[in-house]
Design a protein around this ligand. Sequence first.
Ligand SMILES: Nc1ncnc2c1ncn2[C@@H]1O[C@H](COP(=O)(O)OP(=O)(O)OP(=O)(O)O)[C@@H](O)[C@H]1O
Ligand SMILES: [Mg+2]
Length: 497
Amino acid sequence: MTTSADRALLVLADLGEASARAHTEATLVPAVSAALARHLPLRRLDLRRGAAAPGAPEVQRGASGETIAVFALRDAEGAVGCATMALGEGATLDLSTALLEAIGRLLAVALRQVQVLGRVAAIARRAQGEKRTLQEELDRVALPREVVAVGPAMRAIFQQMVPLVARQDTTVLVRGETGTGKEVIARRIHALSRRAERPFLAVNCGALPEGLVESALFGHERGAFTGAAARHRGMFERASGGTLLLDEVGELPRAAQAKLLRVLQEGEIERVGGEGAVRVSVRVIAATHRPLEAMVASGAFREDLYYRLQVFPIVVPPLRERPEDLEPLTRAIVEKVAASFGRTPPRVSAESMARLRAHGWPGNVRELENVIERSMVMSTGDELILSAPLSAAPGARRARAQDDVSRGGAALHRRRAAGGGREDLRRGRGRGRAGAEADDAAKQDAKTRDAAGGWREGLMIREDLPAPRTQRGSTQPAAVLGGSGFRAPQATRSPER
Ligand SMILES: Nc1ncnc2c1ncn2[C@@H]1O[C@H](COP(=O)(O)OP(=O)(O)OP(=O)(O)O)[C@@H](O)[C@H]1O
Ligand SMILES: [Mg+2]
C-alpha cells in the first residue's frame, strides 16, 4: 500500500529529474508540468521568476471548483519567484505545506540552473563571436602555403606591413633586388584588399618602348597617332577597381612620370589624343630595384613622384641576407616543382643544403627556383642532386648589377634616345644596356625556363582575372601564390598597340 508520503516522494523524484533535463525556461515549464501531470490532475502550472510570493504556501478553491496553490520558489539564497498550480477535481494527493515547499525548492533550483545556463550560453556565444573575429584577423596574416616568410624581416613584411597597408588604398613602393619577391608582395596586398575581387594587372615599365608607354598605361583615342585605328583602353582603365603593379617604375620616361603623378594625386587619366580627363579608381603598387634617390639626383626621376611613391615603402631584403628563409623556401619550392612534375618530393641532403647556403643568390628566390627545377629535371631519384655549378660567377654578376644601379638612369635615357630596339622589347627590356646586361646575368636562369616553355619572364604585361576566394580575405593569385608549379597559369598578352 502506498502512503501519501510515498507518493509525495515520487512526485518530487519525477520533478527533480524533469527539471534537471530542462535547460531553458521554455523547456522547464512543459517538463515539470508533464512530471506533475503523471501524479496530479494538473490543469495549469505557472512559474514567474522575480514575482512576489506569499510567505507560506496558500491553497484556495477556484470558482469552477479547482484547487489553486500559490507558493514561493525559494532556495538557500532566497526567493527566486512564485508558482501557481491549478488542479482539477479529484486532487487526491494531500497538498500539504511541506510538499508545496519542497516542490517550490526544487523548482527554484531548476530556475537558477536555467538562469546560469543562459548566462553561460551568452558567454559562449560572445566567445564564439570573438573567436570568429580573431580567426578573421588570423586569416589576414596567415600566409598561403606557397609563400615563405620565416625570417624576422619577411615576417614583418607579410604579417605586419602587408595586412596593414592592404586595408587602405595607399600607394606602395616595393623595393628590392631582382627576384626577391616584389610581385609576390604586390599580389598579397591586392589579395587582402577590398579590391581582391577586381583585376590585378602588372606591367613592366622597363619593357615598354618609349613611344608607347603613355598609350599602354593611359590608353589612346582613335587617330591619336599613325596606326591608332581604334580607341584603346590603357592599363589604368583596364585595372579599374583593382590594383596595378608598375614594375620597374624607375624606367618610366619623364612625360609618363608626370601623367602617373596626376593619377596618383587626382585619380584621373587622360588618353593620348583625348580631350578631358577620365576618372579611374586604381590602387597603384610600384616596384623597383633601382636606386631612385640617385635617379632623382641625376634628374632621371621626378622628385615629386618619388615622394608620392615613397608614402609606404617596403624594402625586401635579398635572399643572402635572410638565411632563415633559405631552407623553408627550398622545401616549398621542391614540393611545388614535384607537384608540377607529378612525383614525390625528393629529399634535400645536408650537403646540398650546405651548398645552397654557401651560394650568394644574386637572382634571389627566382634563381633558387630555377636551380631547384633544373636539378629536379636532372635527378630522378629520391634525393635531390644539385646541378653544378649553381650559377656562373655570382660575385661578378652582383658587381655588375650594382654598377648598373648607379649608372642605370643615365644609361636608360641614352638607350631610349638611341631608340631602344625591338630586340629589347621582345626580351621584355627596353632600358639601359648596363641594366639589361646585369639583369641578363641575374635572370639567366629565368630565360632557361623560358626556353622550356611557360615561364613568363620577359612578358611585358601580365593580367590576372580575379582569383576565386578560397578563404575570407585571401585569394590565391594564379601566377605566384597558387597554380601548379611553374607553368604560369595567368592570362598573358602581348603589348597592345
Ligand atoms: N617569399 C616567397 N615565397 C615563395 N616564393 C617566392 C617568395 N618570394 C619570391 N618567390 C618566388 O620567386 C619568384 C620571383 O618572385 P617575384 O616575381 O615576386 O620577384 P620580383 O622581385 O618581382 O622580381 P623582378 O625584380 O625580377 O621583377 C616567383 O616565382 C615567386 O613565386
Ligand atoms: Mg617583378
